[in-house]
Design a protein around this ligand. Structure first.
Ligand code: MG
Length: 217
């Protein structure tokens, strides 16, 4: 079960349901993260190199060309999340595709981030057309989704851009249908081949019909 007591509390607040369950990560799945973060860095005369799959170590000073220390990168990411309402936008096609799916399934968004950012992310998601429940976790996603599913064995699908999160769900909910979606195509191209059982999709136009099919009882 989930290791994060605040996530457990948030799950308990969800209305109990037996519809098929679709759980969506937020950054890079329904909200653009990398593209706006690059623009945010530009305002501070910094740049993000996107030739390897990480952020720490890849932020550089545009004038000196020197890498930015890890601690400052962490501070910059926190500042970005605090200003996310100014910067982050919806992933192309996401709002319409998820709305269509939500007619037949229960949609829950599960974001790995400090719980303190939940209220402003909630406001942003509402504004961008994602009125579904938003849960935050500071622990692994698999146990949280196992708990959300409940005991009835309803179908589960999960979409994330981080392979480790998909693997966490594969371990905790072995029959969950797993989809890898990352809005930033340049970074997506750098990913190692995905583990078995994870379906790679290039965007929401492709993902929508595949998820609908996966969640059919
Ligand atoms: Mg993400």
């Amino acid at each position: 079960m989930s290791d994060d007591p605040e996530t457990v509390r948030q799950i308990a607040e969800l209305a109990p349901g037996d519809r098929p369950l679709l759980v969506l990560d937020v950054d890079e799945v329904v909200l653009e993260f990398v593209r706006p973060f690059v623009k945010f860095l530009e305002t501070q005369d910094l740049l993000l190199k996107t030739d390897s799959f990480r952020i720490h170590g890849n932020v550089f000073d545009r004038s000196t060309r020197l890498p930015v220390q890890d601690q400052r990168v962490t501070t910059l990411m926190t500042a970005f999340f605090e200003a996310q309402e100014t910067w982050q936008t919806a992933v192309d096609g996401a709002a319409a595709a998820v709305a269509e799916l939500a007619a037949a399934v229960e949609v829950v968004m599960l974001s790995s981030m400090p719980h303190g950012h939940r209220p402003l992310r909630r406001r942003l998601l509402d504004r961008l057309g994602f009125p579904y429940p938003l849960l935050t976790t500071e622990a692994a996603k698999g146990p949280a989704i196992q708990r959300m599913r409940g005991g009835g064995g309803r179908p589960v699908a999960f979409v994330d851009d981080i392979p480790n999160n998909l693997l966490s769900v594969q371990r905790a909910v072995p029959d969950a249908r797993l989809f890898h979606l990352m809005a930033h195509s340049e970074l997506r191209a750098l990913l190692l081949p995905l583990p078995e059982g994870i379906v790679a999709v290039s965007g929401w136009r492709e993902a929508g019909p595949l998820i609908a099919k996966a969640l059919k009882r």
